[in-house]
Design a protein around this ligand. Structure first.
Ligand code: OAD
Length: 242
């Protein structure tokens, strides 16, 4: 498959499923998950902070890390990649579905609605006692840890951590959409974290086309229909507008 085949496949597809990872937010200035961390956080690997075990042992440290990421995300804005996907949703209507591994909330801020956030959202917190979810206060007013507005319990980041299960309904909806998709787009993800990375295979197994947009080769590349070696915004523009 070449670029013009991929463009035609996307144009003609009635059902389109999209999976995004940290790479789509790179152009908004948010470091990807596997980029080296900087400053004070350089001595930690994200995998060591994004875990129930880390939170159990060092809740203040884990909250401090998320509070910093929350500040960065709120200071950022969606980029052309997020906006092109919101436009693709308007074009495809009911036939469109977006699953993101990102917790930054930028897809929703760009206007995506047919969206599931498979790994949660760092702009919200979940009560450890009653599971109620609250939005975090504005970054300038936020002193972690947040306290539940319903029961007063301590709240944790509303993130799916390593070793935790993905929300069942969100995963099922994503799996249904990728199984039914004529075309799936896999954008800005290293494709190493399952089950999200396996969604591409559900489309391929049913005879659908899977197009990757990523400046670098990934573990998924050899198995996909076509790969565009571009940033998310340039790759989407090439596919949608040529
Ligand atoms: P990674 O940091 O693993 O991968 C980011 C990918 O984005 C890499 O393949 C880069 O080549 C690519 N990339 C970089 N800049 C890009 C750009 N401008 N446009 C497009 N792609 C670009 O992030 P994820 O694959 O999202 O899970 O990581 C998956 C999950 O691993 C995360 O959601 C997180 C982590 O475990 C949890 O926190 C549960």
């Amino acid at each position: 498959m070449n670029l013009s085949d991929a463009r035609l496949a996307l144009r003609d597809a009635r059902r389109v499923a999209v999976l995004t990872g940290a790479g789509i937010s790179a152009e908004s200035g948010i470091p990807t998950f596997r980029d080296a961390q900087t400053g004070h956080w350089a001595r930690f690997k994200p995998e060591d902070l994004a875990s129930p075990d880390a939170y159990y042992r060092y809740p203040a440290l884990v909250w401090e890390w998320y509070a910093g990421r929350y500040r960065d995300v709120m200071a950022a804005t969606p980029n052309a990649g997020h906006e092109l996907l919101a436009r693709l949703e308007r074009e495809k209507g009911d036939g469109y579905f977006l699953a993101t591994q990102n917790v930054d909330g930028l897809h929703a801020r760009a206007g995506s609605e047919r969206l599931v956030e498979l790994h949660g959202n760092l702009t919200t917190a979940r009560c450890e006692v009653c599971a109620h979810i609250d939005a975090l206060p504005a970054p300038a007013d936020f002193v972690p840890p947040p306290v539940c507005s319903r029961c007063g319990g301590r709240m944790r980041p509303n993130i799916v951590w390593f070793s935790e299960f993905l929300p069942e309904q969100a995963l099922e909806a994503a799996s249904d959409a990728f199984t039914a998709a004529d075309v799936a787009l896999i954008i800005g993800t290293s494709g190493v974290v399952y089950p999200a990375a396996g969604l591409a295979f559900e489309t391929l197994e049913r005879g659908g086309t899977v197009i990757e947009i990523n400046p670098d080769e990934t573990d998924l590349t050899p198995r996909l229909s076509f790969s565009l070696r571009e940033t998310a915004s340039r790759g989407l523009a090439a596919l949608m507008d040529g």
